[in-house]
Design a protein around this ligand. Structure first.
Ligand code: PRP
Ligand code: ZN
Length: 291
């Protein structure tokens, strides 16, 4: 199936850490799509956008060649293969870390002790950059996969691999030494020229994404307060810009306060607001936001 050249093409990880969140993000941006039978492409029904489902390691190459205009990949991939694209924005999922690890019973206790030893990784650039920065002269052994097996196979003394839950590390009786690179998902955009139509569509999606990302974690708070307690209460609202203050019918001394809070609202926040004199406190989810 060859995708239509007129349509914007965005590469997304086929199956893995980023897949579900990536597809959900496009859905929240209003993109309706159907999957083809082979699950290789998600066809946008209401916008000329196709999501290409690929191996995450292939995304840099696709952007560099201009086969796709944009893609969602982990910063680990993006930073490892910096070529022909720019990071438009980091996203709020796919958190994981690239770490050095050794067999649980190894005598190596810190990265410094890796000098003169072999480190297996699928991220030779990031690993070498870290070692150079720390002044550690170790040998980086590049592998294509199954890095966690390298020590047992006698191919290396240590590994430098991605960790998210830590399950792989545990299953292979490895011990984490040091974090080399903190990663999360990002939207990367090709540096190749694209038609004005595609550029406009990409920018439309970027604006919607910005809105979705702002909404995540934001809440709308409504409460009643006496005019005298207004300053104290406003100061307690987490991450709120200038709140709206409205008069309350028949109550000269009281006002209603409405605010968008861009940080998490915890029970403690509500209890503190109440202690400061607020009443009738409501916390509402925000569905969409466009600034
Ligand atoms: C990474 C890494 C481990 C696993 C760690 O692979 O190579 O296998 O994730 O995750 P855990 O701490 O939750 O067990 P990745 O998902 O990048 O697979 P890929 O190399 O096939 O893309
Ligand atoms: Zn991968």
């Amino acid at each position: 199936m060859i995708p239509d050249q007129q349509r914007l093409k965005i590469a997304v990880q086929k199956s893995g850490r980023l897949t579900d969140n990536s597809l959900a993000l496009f859905q929240r941006c209003g993109l309706e799509f159907t999957r083809d039978r082979d699950h290789l492409v998600c066809f946008g029904e209401n916008l000329p956008v196709d999501l290409l489902l690929v191996r995450d390691d292939d995304i840099p190459e696709l952007l560099n060649d201009g086969m796709c205009e944009a893609g969602i990949a982990g910063l680990n991939i993006v930073e490892e293969y910096r070529l022909g694209f720019d990071i438009w924005r980091e996203l709020d999922f796919g958190n994981c870390r690239l770490s050095l690890a050794v067999p649980r019973d190894s005598s190596v206790q810190s990265a410094r002790h890796l000098a003169g030893l072999r480190i297996a990784t699928t991220y030779p650039f990031l690993t070498q950059r870290y070692l150079d920065g720390q002044g550690i002269a170790a040998e980086v052994v590049t592998m294509n996969g199954a890095v966690e097996l390298a020590p047992r196979l006698g191919k290396a003394d240590a590994i430098c691999d991605l960790i998210s839950t830590g399950a792989t590390l545990k299953a292979n009786q490895l011990r984490e030494l040091e974090v080399v690179f903190q990663s999360r998902a990002a939207l990367a955009v090709t540096r190749r020229a694209m038609t004005p139509e595609k550029r406009a569509l990409l920018e439309k999606l970027e604006r919607r994404m910005e809105g979705v990302l702002q909404v995540n974690g934001s809440k709308y708070i409504m409460l009643h307060a006496s005019r005298g307690s207004l300053t104290a209460i406003t100061a307690l609202l987490p991450g709120a810009e200038s709140p709206t203050v409205l008069p309350l019918d028949g109550q000269a001394d009281k006002v209603a306060v409405h605010a968008v809070c861009r940080e998490s609202v915890f029970w403690e926040t509500l209890e503190n607001l109440k202690a400061a004199g607020a009443s009738a406190i409501l916390v509402l989810p925000i569905e969409k936001m466009l600034s």
